[in-house]
Ligand binder design. Structure first.
Ligand SMILES: Nc1nc2c(ncn2[C@@H]2O[C@H](COP(=O)(O)OP(=O)(O)OP(=O)(O)O)[C@@H](O)[C@H]2O)c(=O)[nH]1
Ligand SMILES: [Mg+2]
Ligand SMILES: [Zn+2]
Length: 352
């Protein structure tokens, strides 16, 4: 198996040329479980650890490798764990705000071509959460597709209703429905998976992400758990893992995210809310907040029912969060820089 089959291309090759030191070679991170890594190259999959230098030089958690990353490694002749020395720049990424009040980001996965955003038809279907995931994928330059799982638990009419709800937002993301239990829709999904491309499953805990990967692999490779009737489950998957399917596609499983904090830029927001963005162009004022301005075409659309009140509220909420986060993130970065300069000048004074 060559690196191209794992997704390596000319762009990464260029990045690698600038990064690799003598004795190092390229590999892809296939699993991250707390501090432990698995990396894969043309020959084998091996355990790996971070070089001390890389860990100490990291300015932020996002500088450290995540699943899907291309890294420069040094292999151990005696068979010990390989050492990861550097991370290649990412083409695409999934990241989220760290849980809690901090403004730092956490990498979920990198270098993904398509993200399947999964919601279970029963108990889990939620347009607002879907919006969040769509913004997240768009922000990381990943093509989103929507998967409605567990169709065996609802009627065809209910399913059609959900699909219609998604379509009414005019989201360009394709919608696919499937059931791991009956096998409905699995062949359509298989038909979408291309060799050498990387896919990722995103969605709440218990929607059936790992079960789907096991079905596609054709064996019980990873643990899944029975969830309670309400769909509220405990997390079963704790590690981020990239699996190679027989068809040559790669699929990344992620643990269900409990808190889907935001996000970085407004670009992702505008893409996920293309319908609103389009309306916005007709507002009288360029900086219209769509809350009270005269001649606001967003408000008009809500009034005459072409835009649902729910979607409008979802947009306002995400917009507010994004704006707040952008602000605090920029401030924090400034402070970090100022602190860095302070440390440097203090060190200099000590040296002289
Ligand atoms: N009825 C029904 N149950 C399913 C289906 N797919 C998965 N399940 C069940 O849903 C439960 C959760 O499945 P998992 O695959 O572990 O869910 P997950 O998304 O990986 O959850 P986390 O790892 O916690 O994020 C298991 O009990 C599965 O058997 C389906 O299509 N229909
Ligand atoms: Mg799982
Ligand atoms: Zn407006």
């Amino acid at each position: 198996m060559d690196l191209t089959s794992l997704g390596f291309d000319a762009w990464f090759e260029e990045q690698a040329a600038a990064l690799l030191q003598p004795g190092q070679s390229i590999a892809r991170v296939t699993a991250v479980d707390r501090g432990a890594f698995l990396v894969r190259n043309q020959e084998a999959e091996t355990h790996a650890e971070l070089a001390g230098r890389l860990r100490f030089a990291a300015q932020a958690a996002t500088d450290l490798p995540c699943v899907g990353d291309w890294v420069g490694v040094q292999h151990h002749a005696s068979g010990g764990p390989a050492i990861i020395h550097g991370v290649l720049p990412r083409k695409t990424y999934l990241r989220r705000k760290c849980p809690g009040k901090t403004v730092d980001f956490q990498m979920i996965a990198a270098n993904i071509d398509v993200a399947f955003i999964m919601q279970a038809c029963a108990n889990d279907f939620n347009m607002r959460r879907l919006d969040r995931y769509l913004v997240m994928a768009n922000e990381g330059h990943i093509e989103p597709r929507i998967v409605l799982s567990k169709t065996d638990l609802i009627s065809p009419a209910e399913l059609a209703g959900m699909v219609a709800q998604i379509k009414s937002t005019r989201s360009p993301a394709a919608v696919l429905a499937l059931s791991n239990t009956t096998g409905f829709g699995l062949d359509s999904l298989r038909g979408l998976l291309l060799p050498g491309k990387t896919y990722c499953l995103l969605g709440s805990s218990g929607v059936g992400k790992t079960t789907l990967i096991n079905r596609l692999l054709g064996r019980e490779a990873f643990d899944t758990k029975v969830v309670s009737g309400t769909g509220e489950g405990v997390h079963t998957t704790s590690r981020r893992q990239l699996s190679l399917l027989a068809c040559g596609a790669m699929l990344i499983d992620t643990p269900g995210l409990r808190e889907l904090g935001l996000l970085g830029t407004t670009a992702g927001l505008n893409e996920a809310f293309a319908d609103l963005h389009e309306l916005e162009l007709n507002c009288r004022f360029a900086d219209c907040t769509h809350t009270q301005e005269p001649g606001c075409s967003v408000l008009t659309a809500v009034e005459n029912g072409t835009l649902s009140e729910e979607r409008y509220q979802s947009y306002l909420k995400l917009k507010k969060e994004t704006a707040f986060h952008n602000l605090t993130y920029v401030e924090k970065r400034k402070k970090d820089k100022a602190f860095g300069r302070f440390v440097k000048s203090a060190k200099k004074q000590l040296e002289t």
